[in-house]
Design a protein around this ligand. Structure first.
Ligand SMILES: NC(=O)C1=CN([C@@H]2O[C@H](COP(=O)(O)OP(=O)(O)OC[C@H]3O[C@@H](n4cnc5c(N)ncnc54)[C@H](O)[C@@H]3O)[C@@H](O)[C@H]2O)C=CC1
Ligand SMILES: O=C(CO)COP(=O)(O)O
Length: 341
């Protein structure tokens, strides 16, 4: 791959725009594609993403392209940052348009809705034979775009590609690490969104700081048990993509998933809460897929299951909490630290 590959970012929401601003500021030749031509033209003219990051001035070096074929042509790396429900269709759209050597990366957090398949599985199936990497970690778009200190991680089976992409993202105020556990990195980034709803609900109900810490810790335990059952490495789950993003999203009010929980805990109806947030809230789809994976592996993940039930209106937040508190008393680690013995 070229030493200074052209980077094309697909998805001009908050995170796609923030990443594009970051790499363009880093001197990487970056093109941003979004499906909304008018919004993209307005961004090019004003150098602002008025809807998603209105306070951020975008770098003059950032290029915009509304034609998908033109956007991906000649790209060394295509980085996909659309919501998970649009991910598979995005892969199908670009498949016939990509140059032979173009590598694929994604910063989407979630699974294929309805199947529980990981996004890397979709990439391997629809764009076989290409270097592939996930970009994840605790990183609110607005803070990255504002240049506040952050850390992310890039995982790939291809160590050289993970290292190369991390190098393109690495900046004076952004530490980009790399690793080789794609599944673990994806699982943490997806599952923390569900757990953020749980802590949001507890905080919305004003249950106190002890409740929040208990939920984060037991939520981490659920992530470890599911992750290890699926083949993730425990160290990935206690790293930036798992624990790091869990802490951020469970405690930071910039999180849309946490804000959904806060609203539900305050008695707001789910449709109204989603309308107020006005951006993608991945937990709504991810909660079903976590439940599907847990069932498949015979795991009882009570916090994640409770969030799913609340999101489906099967229980109220109050009853969901009562059910969690009424569970049998038991050892903290009945099956060993990672549920492996
Ligand atoms: N915002 C953040 O701080 C972070 C977001 N992420 C992840 O990045 C992904 C994207 O999230 P955001 O940019 O935050 O969402 P957003 O709600 O800010 O923007 C979503 C964008 O996706 C576009 N979009 C929706 N459906 C599409 C389709 N079918 N085809 C093409 N584009 C489509 C929308 O037009 C919009 O530009 C999510 O999976 C999210 O979990 C990951 C890390 C940080
Ligand atoms: O993934 C994120 C930060 O790392 C963004 O979280 P939300 O999608 O909950 O806003």
């Amino acid at each position: 791959m070229a030493e200074n590959p052209k980077l094309t970012i697909l998805g001009a929401g908050s995170w796609g725009t923030a990443l594009a601003a970051l790499t363009a500021r880093n001197g990487v030749s970056t093109t941003l594609w979004g499906r909304d031509r008018a919004a993209l033209a307005a961004m090019a003219a004003s150098r602002r993403n008025q809807r998603y990051l209105p306070d951020i001035e975008l770098p003059a070096e950032l290029a915009y392209e509304a034609e998908l074929a033109t956007a991906v042509r000649g790209a060394g790396i295509v980085l996909i940052v659309v919501p998970s429900h649009a991910f598979a269709a995005m892969l199908d759209e670009i498949a016939p348009l990509l140059d032979a050597g173009t590598a694929i990366a994604w910063a989407t957090k979630g699974f294929e809705p309805g199947t529980g398949r990981f996004l890397h599985e979709l990439v391997a199936e629809r764009l076989p034979g290409r270097a592939a990497a996930v970009v994840t970690g605790p990183s609110f778009a607005r803070e990255v775009a504002a240049g506040l200190p952050s850390a992310v991680t890039v995982h790939s089976d291809d160590a050289a590609f993970a290292q190369q992409l991390a190098g393109l993202l690495h900046a004076p105020n952004l530490r980009a690490y790399s690793g080789g556990d794609v599944l673990g990195a994806e699982l943490g980034g997806a599952m923390k969104n569900v757990l953020a709803v749980a802590t949001g609900i507890a905080d919305g109900m004003q249950l106190g700081l002890n409740a929040r810490a208990g939920l984060i810790t037991r939520g981490m335990n659920e992530m470890l048990r599911l992750g290890v059952a699926l083949g993730a490495r425990p160290e990935t789950l206690i790293g930036l993509s798992g624990l790091g993003d869990l802490v951020l999203t469970c405690t930071g009010d910039l999180s849309r998933n946490r804000r959904l929980g806060l609203a539900l805990g305050q008695g707001v109806a789910i449709d109204e809460a989603v309308r107020r947030i006005g951006q993608v809230v991945e937990s709504i789809l991810t909660a079903d897929e976590v439940a599907r994976l847990a069932d498949k592996h015979g795991l009882d993940l009570p916090i994640s299951a409770g969030v799913r039930a609340v999101l489906h209106g099967e229980v109220t937040p109050v009853d969901g909490l009562k059910a969690l508190m009424a569970r049998e008393q038991k050892p903290e680690y009945p099956h060993g630290l990672f549920g492996t013995d």
